[in-house]
Design a protein around this ligand. Structure first.
Ligand code: ING
Length: 317
């Protein structure tokens, strides 16, 4: 038997600071219509898909910072996307900047939601691994101030029963950390959905070749998929935003770690693949049968230590 989800990786081209939510939503709806014509059941949009990647700017005005966040989801600006997806019966992943209000307490997260084909939110994820820095860094060729604008996610790495399988989410930098996939892998995840906004150059090593950035992106996603026997769908916001280049290379990776679909441009582009969740079973029952092969008695450092603790050079072997 097979459990095929036809997935549309809905890459967005650049969103400029001057582009409002309607620009983004109209383009996402157009990709949704194409996904509908191509028979997709699930569409994955990028991280922070409603605005430009604003953490590249050191914004002093609190009101301007708040203008990038969504107090509610859905809201009037994104309702056309929710409505059209429900009409088409297509589930989707959407990344956005979340303003979380709890009474007088307001918190800021880099967030994604998984929305079912009926338009209801199945689950929410808040980005755990925030890259970059919290204050202006003059040493960098450009800023990456996610630690200024967002708190680390507080929801862990959940996995939800959905679409006849087990689906999980993460966001951008999370894909570089094996812990991200393994925590979901230990819940049996069969498809990890993620959006990303990845600068095409290294702000701390400008001479680094762009190709290396692409290689590290592919390496991270392919390893995460294979080592946990799961599909991974990784979708970029790409192209040049106000003079800053973002990586494209959106892709759909199989549990074997193979790239089965990928985008070719740096614009709005849909890459489609039929993803059979049953393809996960062989890897989960053989090479990555965690219950048979893992030896947790040797893994304690992974949860007990944050940074590196080097061995005492005088310690006896
Ligand atoms: N962007 C980048 C990412 O992890 C980065 C930041 C790039 C960190 C390359 C380290 C190396 O893809 C976001 N938004 O996390």
């Amino acid at each position: 038997m097979s459990r095929v989800i036809r997935v549309g990786a809905a890459q967005l081209g650049p969103l400029q600071k001057s582009d409002n939510r309607k620009v983004a939503v109209d383009r996402m709806v157009a990709l949704l219509e194409q996904a509908g014509r191509e028979g997709c059941n699930l569409v994955v949009y990028p991280e922070l898909a409603l605005t430009t990647f604003f953490p590249r700017w050191d914004i002093e005005d609190p009101a301007e910072v708040e203008s990038y966040f969504e107090p509610d989801m859905p809201n009037a600006a994104v309702q056309p996307l929710f409505d059209r997806a429900r009409e088409l019966g297509i589930a989707f992943y959407l990344g956005y900047a979340e303003l979380a209000k709890n009474g007088a307490d307001t918190r800021h997260f880099n967030t994604s939601v998984l929305v079912g084909p009926d338009g209801r939110i199945i689950g929410k994820y808040r980005k755990v691994h925030l890259p970059g820095h919290a204050t202006f860094d003059p040493q960098r060729t450009f800023q990456h101030l996610e630690k200024k604008y967002f708190e680390p996610g507080d929801l862990g790495f959940p996995v939800w029963p959905a679409m006849d399988g087990l689906l999980g989410m993460c966001i951008c930098n999370d894909r570089r950390w094996p812990e991200t996939y393994r925590v979901m892998g230990l819940q049996g995840v069969e498809m990890v959905l993620l959006g990303f906004n990845t600068p095409a150059t290294n702000s701390q090593r400008p001479e680094e070749q762009d190709e290396l950035r692409g290689f590290h992106h592919e390496l991270s996603v392919q390893a995460g998929a294979y080592q946990n026997g799961t599909w991974v769908v990784a979708v970029a916001k790409a192209g040049e935003e106000d003079g800053h280049k973002l990586l494209g290379d959106s892709m759909i990776v199989s549990p074997a770690g193979l790239i089965v679909a990928r985008t070719k441009t740096l614009g709005d582009e849909l890459a489609v693949a039929d993803c059979d969740l049953d393809d996960c079973v062989f890897y989960k029952e053989t090479v990555f049968d965690f219950a048979r092969h893992r030896r947790i008695e040797h893994y304690e450092r992974i949860t007990k230590q944050v940074g590196v603790v080097r061995p005492d050079s005088t310690a006896a072997v």
